[in-house]
Write a protein that binds this ligand. Structure first.
Ligand code: GCU
Length: 595
């Protein structure tokens, strides 16, 4: 039994954390996935009266049967209300909902027999973009942010027998939101990920962080946080296969730190080794599967387990292959990550928002390093404190959920944001928050190129706050033709690794012509051939992620018969058909891998 040693690194105080149960899928309870009744509500008439004052009883949120004459008797879900599948965006479930943006109400009934002395939480994998949750007519709370989990305690509010949960989801876009109104992806709305009723003991293991201490390949360090009346007590962390067990005492806030030595087979793309980790406290026990590895930088190199590694990657949207809509299933994730592996990747950039947890857990198992990102994208309101608070909360929710995923190497705080003091201050704040929550991973952002003639200088002031610089460049597509690529050179004042976080060109699958005719596979392949040749001329380049694995739905792509509201920069079509450029990049990646 190794004595627990108080680790130097301070775990998060309760105030810094969000209330999120770690590793929910390992918890008891019941799934609330399946058909939910729905009502479209573009005028918000289910929540406000005709003077726009909130309806006293929560309106449709009351989940009640319509009342008698004179008692707002038109307001309610009747059995005839249609249903939508949860999880799932509403846009791709009914043709009349494809372009709908606004408010949509969900309702379902469920029975639950609560265990005496246990606690229950209503947990949502994500709801895009704002959600208000009601249980048996009582408002439990609100959440803003379309890509991270949230929960509300339901203990004592569940009835034996029939319960009614109602959720008002609003996916309308706003300039002060994160992301703001303009993005280059489709605004899929709704309860887009799993919904669960989680059941835990009165005092339970709410959260834990178990990773290798920064800079060590054998010192496991972390913390456990208990929630409940007996939050002060003993916790045990075990890695049975490594023969490691450690005990620690929690403080008054339920927080205990620990660190111990263990001989571990280090996780890597070639060896995606996961260990069962068991956390116990009182009557509670939760098990997880965690990979242990180190990730660091040395000059312009990225080091995995102390050795330089070139990140051979591709960017991926949370767009479901074949059926379109938001990814929410293991099958969706498996298809996308199998394609990435087939491409020769050891890394994926999960753009531009935290993906469903099925993606990061599968990346753990398949051996793909992950760049995970918050949707601080393009024209954010940099001077708006409320916008900053939203971004910081989303970052905290992303890191709280995924901090034990060994596959995640990089936390990204932004994509393609315009230079400016307010913007750099905003993003420097987010970078500092990352380090406060997780000192073990690298901080990055995808920046815009500063190109003059044939030279791009990577000198964004944001770079001083990052460990790794990301650069999105479209030489040969948005900037000059394919031949311009051959003349390009890159410079930087930073002694830091560069990841070419986006590059590419666009074509429908099976569109053919000569290699200098845009919107053909030949042109896209020509751009890729010249891009990979250029990469070999950038000495501080430590990784690339092509934009993008698969064509994806996008309202900004107007060309009829070519784009049809899809961004066609995919190396595969949305039907999984490989374009010529797929093979160009795969050859480059196989060569980089020495295969
Ligand atoms: C940008 C942006 C992507 C976008 C891409 C494109 O770099 O980061 O979100 O889809 O360019 O224009 O295709």
């Amino acid at each position: 039994m190794l004595a627990a040693l108080l680790a130097a690194s301070a775990g998060p105080a309760r105030s810094q954390q969000v209330e999120l149960i770690q590793n929910v899928s390992a918890r008891a309870g019941q799934s609330l996935n399946g058909p939910w009744q729905f009502l479209i509500d573009p005028y918000d008439a289910g929540y406000v009266d005709f003077h726009l004052n909130p309806l006293k009883d929560g309106g449709l949120g009351a989940g009640r049967e319509p009342g008698g004459i004179g008692d707002k008797f038109e307001l309610g879900f009747l059995p005839a209300a249609p249903t939508l599948q949860v999880p799932g965006d509403w846009n791709t479930q009914l043709p009349e909902l494809l372009w709908y943006e606004g408010i949509l109400w969900y309702r379902r009934e469920f029975t639950y027999s609560a265990q005496p002395g246990h606690r229950q939480f209503l947990w949502f994998g994500a709801a895009n973009y704002r959600a208000i949750v009601f249980l048996n007519g009582e408002k439990l709370g609100e959440h803003e942010g379309g890509f991270t989990p949230f929960q509300f305690e339901a203990t004592g509010k569940l009835k034996p027998g029939r319960n009614v949960v109602v959720v008002r989801v609003d996916d309308s876009r706003h300039p002060d939101a994160i992301p703001p109104t303009m993005t280059d992806w489709f605004n899929y709305g709704g309860l887009t990920r799993d919904v669960r009723l989680v059941d835990v003991p009165e005092t339970f293991v709410e959260d834990y962080f178990v990773q290798l201490e920064k800079g060590s390949q054998r010192r496991v360090s972390g913390w456990v946080r208990l929630n409940g009346p007996r939050a002060r007590g003993k916790v045990t962390v075990r890695i049975p296969e490594a023969g490691a067990t450690v005990e620690a005492e929690t403080d008054a806030n339920g927080l205990a730190h620990f660190s111990f030595d263990a001989t571990l087979s280090l996780w890597s793309p070639d060896n995606p080794k996961l260990y069962e980790v068991v956390v116990e406290a009182g009557t509670d026990r939760v098990a997880d599967r965690i990979g242990f590895r180190t990730i660091s930088v040395s000059g312009s190199k990225i080091l995995l387990n102390g050795k330089p590694l070139f990140l051979r990657g591709v960017a991926i949207h949370g767009e479901a292959p074949f059926r379109s809509g938001r990814v929410y299933s293991e099958a969706d994730a498996r298809t996308l990550l199998d394609w990435a592996k087939d491409l020769g990747c050891n890394y994926v950039r999960l753009a531009h928002y935290p993906h469903d947890e099925v993606m990061t857990r599968l990346a753990d198992r398949m051996g793909l390093l992950v760049w995970s990102e918050v949707p601080v994208y393009w024209a954010v309101q940099w001077e708006n404190q409320a916008a900053y608070a939203k971004a910081e909360r989303m970052l905290t929710e992303m890191i709280t959920r995924d901090k034990n995923r060994g596959s995640i190497a990089l936390w990204s705080v932004a994509n393609e944001t315009p230079l400016g003091d307010a913007r750099t201050k905003f993003l420097a704040g987010l970078a500092a928050k990352v380090r406060e929550l997780d000192s073990t991973r690298l901080v990055t952002a995808a920046t815009l190129p500063h190109t003059s003639g044939n030279t791009t200088t990577i000198d964004d002031p944001l770079g001083q706050y990052l460990d790794v610089l990301g650069l999105n460049e479209y030489i040969g597509w948005y900037d000059g033709g394919p031949d311009k690529i051959d003349a390009m050179s890159y410079a930087t004042p930073y002694d830091k690794p560069l990841i070419m976080s986006e590059f590419g060109a666009e074509t429908p699958f099976a569109s053919h012509g000569d290699e200098n005719t845009p919107w053909t596979e030949e042109y896209q392949a020509n751009v890729y051939r010249r891009q990979v040749a250029m990469f070999n001329r950038v000495p501080f380049l430590s990784g690339t992620s092509a934009w993008i694995l698969m064509d994806f739905r996008c309202p900004r792509r107007f060309l009829s018969g070519i784009q049809d509201y899809y961004n066609r920069k995919g190396l595969l079509s949305d039907r999984g058909q490989k374009k010529q450029a797929f093979y160009v990049l795969r050859d480059y990646y196989l060569e980089k891998a020495g295969k």
